[in-house]
Design a protein around this ligand. Structure first.
Ligand SMILES: [Zn+2]
Length: 198
């Protein structure tokens, strides 16, 4: 089995993996700390380990990544393909001439994490705006269970004869001014964040 320390024969034109390491500075779309946080939230700590190992190296073999990150091949492939699905890691496959099997070589794309973040923020912003619109349209039209089980609109409250479907308590009309303020604040915060990131 090929290991990380051995240069692959059919990779000879590019030299060993050590030589594949590139010192090119990546265009820092966002700080590594932020990128780690995003990847941790989306995929988990193990993906952060992969990201930290790959850094700005290019075309690292899946075996080498598994060895350095101390993860089994099944886990490493699963994580790498998830990262690829999010567009933050790309790969090329190459047949190992000696062994006859394909090996994938991976590169982490930090700039794509920035793109991913702004895409997520835009989606979140759109959702919040929709929510705000619903809250404003239905002002004074929401009913809640005093025990906090449910929150429904007027039509649903009538349907439920003003009783909580979970615990049977009488539903009370909710003043959603606070909710509206809260959503507006979150929208403002998010807009600030988007400006900082872009
Ligand atoms: Zn209830």
């Amino acid at each position: 089995m090929a290991t990380a320390s051995q240069p692959f024969n059919d990779w000879g034109c590019l030299g060993s993996e050590q030589e594949l390491f590139t010192k090119d500075t990546i265009t820092m779309a966002l700080p590594m700390k932020k990128a780690r946080e995003i990847i941790r939230n989306l995929i988990g700590d193990e993906a952060v380990r992969i990201m930290d190992f790959l850094g700005s190296k290019k075309n690292m073999s899946e075996f080498s990544i598994a060895e350095h990150c101390k993860l089994d091949m099944q886990t490493i492939r699963h994580l790498l393909y998830r990262m690829n699905g999010l567009n933050i890691a790309s790969y090329i496959r190459k047949k190992d001439r000696e062994k006859g099997w394909y090996i994938s070589y991976w590169t982490f794309n930090l700039s794509k994490v920035g793109e991913l973040l702004s895409k997520m923020q835009r989606e979140q912003l759109a959702k919040l705006r929709e929510r705000l619109e619903r809250e404003e349209d239905g002002q004074g039209n929401f009913f809640i269970c005093p025990k906090g089980c449910v929150r429904v609109d007027f039509d649903q409250a009538v349907e439920l004869t003003y009783h909580c479907p979970e615990c049977g308590s009488l539903l009370t009309q909710q003043d959603n001014v606070k909710t509206i303020e809260n959503i507006r604040d979150r929208i403002k915060e998010l807009q600030k964040g988007i400006k900082v990131a872009s």
